[in-house]
Design a protein around this ligand. Structure first.
Ligand code: PFF
Length: 487
């Protein structure tokens, strides 16, 4: 039978797992949610949740993956009678996230190209948008974005380029494609982020960005937001953000864990992934928020508009070096998005490739990667053509809803996000902790973690959390998420 090839080194695994975790969620989600939800207070709640839920589920997923040596579906199947359907929920989540993630990845490629155009004063830069902005009294970022989403064909082409790049890396396999790309790309991303932070934090007025992000209550006192959210909302925001940011609850870490060698230390790796992901989220805040407060004080603070309008205004309003920082920044975001999208595609591909191998059909990676990428491409086309709900076939329009549409129904991006990030991922994480705590037993995880020869020092803590604390927090988070989406 064909050999199942995994990560060559622990560094390669770590970079791939951190690459999966670090993505758009860190850049446009975390800083703004932290600023709007109480600064340092939010950070402390986030960190407590990251330790009591994120770390616990991370150890559980990596251990289950390595123990079974299988992708999400087969891993659940091998380990649990009651929860064996959950792997399929993971595959569905992976598809839904990829649909909007690839569309957004394509937007980022487009913005890299625009900034290259600006650097060389070429026609594909933002020159035409600057003229329109002057005539319409808007901003360059708003005009670039408006023109781009007003041209769905262009958005579709860029989205499909992003799908193709993701596909090419996954075609190379785990050791050959994913590990190689992440081992070089993640350190490069870190350096690029440092360069952008230095530029952003030395702009005049940048300090307000830091105050918004860190000082409790600053956002309300200074009228940036109307009122502080209540505790349950903050908990749900921090929890939802954490699961999405750590790529948990949908089989990505089970899949990566299944390629991890027995000698590697799961406990240490899980801790490092949580720490690095949080560090990059904080660093992303130090890059985008000072820029926004210094150069586009009325700009969006989070979401696609932060990335594609506010940040483009920031680069436009810097002096001659603006396009250079624009190129570095958008390339950084493209890479953060690609290192996440390859882990999502791998969740899908690993399942079908393993199945074919087990049935003696040989290595079918090429065929399944192409098929999965084609399906992702179709979803990506839908999100790009919808152009953030501006072309009249948003879910709410199709459902015949009238008046102001709720966020989840206003466009396909938010609809897929609501289903995956809002519901399926926290649900997946909650069921995973219940399965470990009450069906298979935490000692199974301990046994797997200790295969490396290192004692599981956190076992006492792990046991209490996985049985009681994690499921309880997850219920609150899930309740808060559903309430936020629908009520
Ligand atoms: N963690 C990624 C982010 O923060 O953008 C999103 C993500 C990637 C979620 C991979 C789930 C996943 F499997």
């Amino acid at each position: 039978m064909e050999e199942r090839k995994g990560f060559g080194t622990n560094f390669g695994f770590l970079m791939a797992a951190v690459g999966s975790a670090v993505g758009l969620g860190n850049i446009w989600g975390f800083p703004n949610k932290m600023g709007a939800s109480g600064g340092f207070t939010f950070l402390i709640i986030y960190l407590i949740l990251a330790v009591c839920c994120g770390f616990i589920v991370m150890v559980g997923e990596l251990a289950i993956g390595r123990k079974t040596g299988k992708g999400a579906v087969a891993a659940y199947h091998a380990i649990s009678k009651k929860f064996k359907w959950m792997g399929w929920m993971g595959i569905l989540s992976a598809f839904l996230i990829l649909f909007f993630y690839c569309a957004l990845g394509g937007y980022c490629i487009k913005y890299t190209v625009v900034n290259i155009g600006d650097l060389f004063n070429a026609s594909f830069g933002s020159g035409a948008a600057a003229e329109l902005a002057a005539a319409n009294d808007t901003s360059v970022g708003a005009e670039v974005f408006g023109a781009f989403i007003g041209n769905p064909t262009e958005a579709i082409i860029y989205g499909l380029i992003f799908v193709a790049l993701t596909m090419l890396i996954v075609l190379g396999g785990v050791g050959g494609g994913i590990e190689k790309v992440c081992s070089v790309g993640m350190p490069a991303l870190f350096v690029a982020l440092l360069i952008c932070i230095i530029r952003a934090c030395t702009l005049p007025g940048a300090v307000n960005g830091l105050k918004y992000m860190f000082v409790p209550g600053w956002a309300v006192t200074n009228g940036v937001i109307e009122k502080a959210p209540d505790f349950l909302t903050v908990l749900a925001t921090a929890g939802g953000q954490m699961f999405f940011s750590l790529s948990l609850g949908m089989g990505a870490m089970i899949t990566y864990g299944s390629y991890l060698q027995k000698k590697e230390n799961i406990q240490k790796n899980a801790l490092l992934i949580v720490i690095m992901d949080t560090l990059v989220a904080l660093m992303a805040g130090l890059c985008v928020l000072p820029g926004r407060f210094a150069l586009d004080p009325n700009g969006a603070l989070g979401g696609p508009k932060l990335l594609f309008i506010t940040m483009q205004n920031v680069f436009d309003r810097m002096d001659a070096v603006g396009p250079i920082f624009g190129i570095i920044f958008y390339l950084l975001v493209v890479f953060a998005a690609i290192s996440s999208s390859i882990s999502l595609l791998e969740v899908i591909v690993a399942h079908f490739v393993d199945k074919a191998r087990d049935e003696g059909k040989g290595d079918k990676r090429k065929a399944y990667t192409l098929i999965a990428a084609a399906c992702v491409g179709l979803g990506c086309i839908l999100v790009c053509a919808d152009a953030l709900g501006t072309t009249g076939f948003a879910p709410g329009n199709l459902l015949g809803m009238t008046g102001d549409l709720p966020t989840w129904a206003a466009d396909w991006l938010d609809f897929f996000d609501m289903l995956s990030e809002g519901i399926m991922m926290p649900l997946g994480a909650m069921l995973m902790s219940l399965m470990i705590g009450w069906e298979i037993g935490p000692e199974v995880i301990k046994g797997e973690v200790e295969q490396s020869g290192h004692a599981m020092g956190s076992y006492g803590f792990f046991k209490i959390c996985v049985k009681f604390i994690t499921p309880l927090c997850m219920i609150l988070i899930l309740y808060g998420q559903i309430k936020e989406f629908f009520f």
